[in-house]
Design a protein around this ligand. Sequence first.
Ligand SMILES: NC(=O)c1ccc[n+]([C@@H]2O[C@H](COP(=O)([O-])OP(=O)(O)OC[C@H]3O[C@@H](n4cnc5c(N)ncnc54)[C@H](O)[C@@H]3O)[C@@H](O)[C@H]2O)c1
Length: 316
Amino acid sequence: MIKKVGVIGAGSMGSAIAEVFAYNGLDVILKDQNMELTEKGMKNIKRILSDFEKYLKERPIKEIGRIEKLGIALTEEQKNLIVKNMGSTIDQDSIIGRIKPSDNYNDLKDCDLVIEAIFEDQSIKNKLFEELSEILPDNTIVASNTSSLSITEMAAHYKKPENVIITHFFNPPYTLPLVEIVPALQTADSTITAVFEFFSALRNHREKLVPVKVKERTGFVVNRILIPMINEAMKIVDEGIADIKTVDIAMKKGAGMPMGPFELADYVGVDIVYHVLRSFREAFGDNYIAPETLKYMISAGWWGIKKGRGFYNYKK
Ligand SMILES: NC(=O)c1ccc[n+]([C@@H]2O[C@H](COP(=O)([O-])OP(=O)(O)OC[C@H]3O[C@@H](n4cnc5c(N)ncnc54)[C@H](O)[C@@H]3O)[C@@H](O)[C@H]2O)c1
């Protein structure tokens, strides 16, 4: 039974994943390389929670506005009823209070599940699994949030490879419920079952989490489809067929996508798109060569929303 969770890496994914666990009432240890980085993650969690509370407060007011826009006049009593039935709130302090910021591996000792969300680099992750072998008890399940690296290789660096698995969240996990569950070759059935049971009982800010089992193959399901689409969008711009904004409008208005490929790339992180494309090229061949522009964007630090600049400029 998973009751206490550790998250290693308090970056954009790690901090948001920790928030989802704490939102579900679980005790969480959030660890980064030093306290300054962990506190940065805690700050992100506070922002996520205050945005969520604002959204919850505004929801009934927006609903009243929507109904009145239809020409339906509501009485004060009806408005109060909408506020009463739709209005909800969260206890930010107790959610935050369940997350213990840390820079010390020893704090993870009594966690039933530890998820790593550190840099997307196979050797750094392998080293982490070796370090965790020294610290974690034999029954801890160790998961990776990797988007493109080999879990079989990470498992080979852990003392109990049968306890190792990928739990791949999507950005942001507090609104996107999918979790791709990817066993390594060595993963025990009991680990898969425990992880499935655990995630099936959790919810994010909107709905229940949706774990799906996927085989270990580059890109799994979602990225295998999304990343080539973003690559194709970049090629279209390079060939002068349309500009960035037009491509985004086309895919939103013609294909019903909620975000265009470039908006999505900025959201996911241009650096992540670049790294995933490199692993796609290795796995699937030259169709996945990224346009050169992407390389220069990486050098310039135009990594998307997190850096204030990607395909679009977010600096006001
Ligand atoms: N960003 C996304 O949209 C997304 C989506 C799904 C999966 N992922 C995956 O999640 C992981 C993290 O991605 P991110 O976007 O949050 O990265 P990020 O760069 O925002 O955060 C990574 C964090 O890990 C920390 N870190 C690095 N090495 C560490 C170590 N040895 N011990 C403790 N902390 C360490 C860094 O200091 C940093 O704070 C990657 O594997 C990535 O592929 C990312």
